[in-house]
Design a protein around this ligand. Structure first.
Ligand SMILES: NC(=O)c1ccc[n+]([C@@H]2O[C@H](COP(=O)([O-])OP(=O)(O)OC[C@H]3O[C@@H](n4cnc5c(N)ncnc54)[C@H](OP(=O)(O)O)[C@@H]3O)[C@@H](O)[C@H]2O)c1
Length: 185
């Protein structure tokens, strides 16, 4: 598994952005196990203008590449030729994907603002967790069945800096809390 990168030497930070249930579930049957429009808005707001790295399966769960962001897809099978300049980049490893995100960040018309977002899914979060500087986790207030999980966050290693509460309502099956975790030095 190739995850090694000199991330700690770079001023460009790496964030994981995720929504997971109280029992760590993030996905079921290739899709999200809930419909939370306000959390989706939060995802779109947070990632706008950045490079967004994702696994091939997560990319395929989208209708199209996320607009206004550089979509960087990690895959061993997707043809590199499917890349579209300034919109979609196919990479063969997490390390290459992060390097592509950094290159985009520092380029003249670049995406980034000093932060690359990793947007899943389970395989990619697992590999990226050790190189992440921050985690923006939406904790969905439910215990739910699924087939894809997010690692647990150990408060010895991570500090919870900010939270934002949302109640359930007629558009949201579950309440949720948006948490910002930053890796301790
Ligand atoms: N709740 C959330 O916040 C959230 C966010 C994102 C996704 N999800 C959910 O998560 C699920 C998808 O996650 P997943 O774990 O099944 O798949 P995934 O992580 O999205 O993608 C897995 C694919 O990425 C590629 N890949 C993984 N590691 C690689 C490496 N080191 N080098 C090269 N390629 C690599 C492989 O593609 P190839 O097979 O093409 O080689 C692999 O099949 C879906 O249910 C989705 O809805 C939830």
């Amino acid at each position: 598994m190739e995850t090694t990168c000199n991330c700690k030497d770079s001023p460009i930070r790496i964030g994981l952005i995720v929504a997971c249930s109280e029992n760590g579930v993030i996905g079921r049957d290739g899709d999200l196990p809930w419909h939370l429009p306000e959390d989706l808005k939060h995802f779109m707001r947070s990632t706008k203008g950045h490079a967004v790295v994702m696994g091939r399966k997560t990319f395929e769960s989208l209708e199209k590449p996320l607009g206004g962001r550089l979509n960087i897809v990690i895959s061993r099978s997707m043809p590199i030729e499917e890349s579209i300049p300034g919109e979609l980049t196919v990479m063969r490893s997490l390390r290459e994907a992060i390097e592509a995100g950094r290159a985009a960040d520092i380029s003249e018309n670049g995406f980034g603002k000093g932060l690359i977002w990793i947007a899943g899914g389970g395989e990619i979060y697992k590999q990226a967790f050790e190189v992440a500087d921050l985690v923006l986790r939406t904790r969905v207030h439910c215990e739910i069945e699924g087939d894809t999980y997010f690692p647990s966050i150990d408060s010895d290693d991570w500090a919870l800096e900010q939270i934002e509460e949302h109640q359930s309502d007629d558009r949201h099956d579950f309440g949720f809390t948006i948490e910002r975790w930053v890796r301790r030095d």
